[in-house]
Write a protein that binds this ligand. Structure first.
Ligand SMILES: Cc1cc2nc3c(=O)[nH]c(=O)nc-3n(C[C@H](O)[C@H](O)[C@H](O)COP(=O)(O)OP(=O)(O)OC[C@H]3O[C@@H](n4cnc5c(N)ncnc54)[C@H](O)[C@@H]3O)c2cc1C
Length: 375
């Protein structure tokens, strides 16, 4: 006999998006059950690079990212938690004239849309802000509000705040089936059934499987972006660092360790919850870091890992209602930049679920945006 529980909303997935939405809903007096197949924060939300980045966003995401950034600056207070957020700024470095040209075009586009948070910096300012940058670098672009947070701390802060507001988390509960029972949804795991009028799919790299159970087919893929962290080094970089046209991304933490990313991907085995590293790509990423920061020659990498992340072909998330079923919503496929968006995703999803609308244009994020139109 399966245990059965009822809630107003069942959220599938205990990553940062599920936790942020649970917090928002619980604060509004909605009863929420979050079902997580492993443990909360076990996947992308707990192992990512922690980049809280507004710089360089796709235009469709800029309004959401601006709103999320505003919330990051007060989040510890709002959650009564410690997300590890530090506003250190972010600089994308231009390595040559072609990069400067790319930056100038982007600047014109951003200004034409009324966005002024990305500031071009010349070579003098680049060296003032990053004294260890290599001689060949010629300038860059800066976003002052950006920074980083500690992924598992941030996700667990959302979880704890949600629990304090009344949300219930069920770990080790893999959703195996979803069906309609009258006006409600019946969500089944190996030993339990959860009944709720409304459901939200926040299942990360497994979200396409949940989508199918709800009736939506999506061309989602998944992959395993990799990260590495060095032993402690003398302090040499305060801003988070990226590059305009090279796969470079790193941040130096207060304890001196340097987290190296850059988007290189390992091998993903989601059926078994596993990833495998591609060491040759990690080595190429490290060489890239040395090219931009010769001091990185002295670095020794202590640990490497990767996490499972969901992607859409346009690298934009799916956010909004199901195209096929009523009272079902999706928030997934953040394409390796969803951590920063979490505070606003939680608000958007709670608005949609409780009022049917939200203040943002979600058209670019429709679940069925890749469906062929029948003429
Ligand atoms: C290595 C790496 C570096 C990254 N760096 C950054 C960065 O610097 N900045 C940034 O903004 N973003 C970054 N990202 C992206 C960011 O981590 C993700 O976009 C974000 O964490 C997605 O959150 P989520 O809640 O949608 O997914 P997840 O954290 O994956 O959570 C989904 C959860 O759903 C659960 N689940 C799945 N199926 C079921 C089921 N059937 N039943 C119950 N539970 C289920 C899973 O177990 C999982 O815990 C990075 C990602 C990776 C992997």
């Amino acid at each position: 006999m399966k245990r059965s529980s009822k809630a107003d909303v069942v959220i599938i997935g205990g990553g940062i998006q599920g936790c942020a939405t649970a917090w928002q809903l619980a604060q509004r007096g909605v009863s929420v059950a979050v079902l997580e197949k492993d443990t909360v924060s076990r996947h992308a939300s707990g192992v990512n690079a922690g980049g809280v980045r507004l710089l360089g966003r796709h235009l469709a995401e800029v309004p959401l990212s601006i709103a999320a950034m505003k919330r990051w600056h007060t989040l510890d207070n709002d959650l009564s938690g410690d997300t590890g957020f530090r506003a250190r700024s972010l600089i994308n470095i231009a390595a040559d004239e072609q990069d400067l040209d790319t930056l100038n075009k982007r600047q014109q586009l951003m200004h034409s849309q009324g966005y002024f948070h990305e500031q071009l910096i010349d070579v003098k300012e680049l060296r003032e802000r990053l004294p260890h940058v290599a001689d060949h670098c010629v300038g860059g672009v800066l976003s002052l509000q950006d920074g980083y947070a500690i992924p598992y701390q941030a996700t667990l802060s959302f979880k704890r705040a949600a629990q304090l507001a009344g949300a219930t988390f069920y770990e080790g509960q893999e959703v195996k089936a979803i069906r309609k029972l009258g006006n409600d949804w019946l969500v089944s795991t190996h030993n339990s059934e959860f009944e709720a009028p409304k459901i939200l799919n926040c299942a990360g790299a497994w979200a396409d499987l949940i989508s199918v159970m709800i009736g939506d087919n999506v061309p989602m893929s998944y992959s395993a972006p990799m990260l590495g962290i060095t032993a402690r080094m003398p302090h040499f970089a305060t801003p988070v660092v990226g590059a305009v046209s090279r796969p470079l991304s790193f941040k130096q933490f207060e304890n001196g360790t340097v987290l190296l990313g850059g988007g290189a991907k390992g091998f993903a085995d989601r059926a078994n919850n596993r990833t495998r590293l591609d060491y040759s790509l990690m080595a190429a990423g490290a060489r890239n870091a040395i090219e931009f920061f010769p001091i990185m020659k002295t670095a020794s990498i202590n640990r490497m890992w990767s996490g499972l992340e969901a992607y859409m072909p346009d690298n934009l998330p799916v956010l909004g209602p199901s195209a096929r079923s009523e009272n079902a919503w999706h928030a997934f496929a953040f394409s390796a930049h969803g951590f920063q968006l979490a505070p606003i995703v939680g608000e958007i999803m709670a608005d949609l679920i409780t009022t049917g609308g939200c203040q943002f244009d979600l058209e670019p994020f429709r679940v069925n945006r890749y469906e062929r139109k029948v003429l």
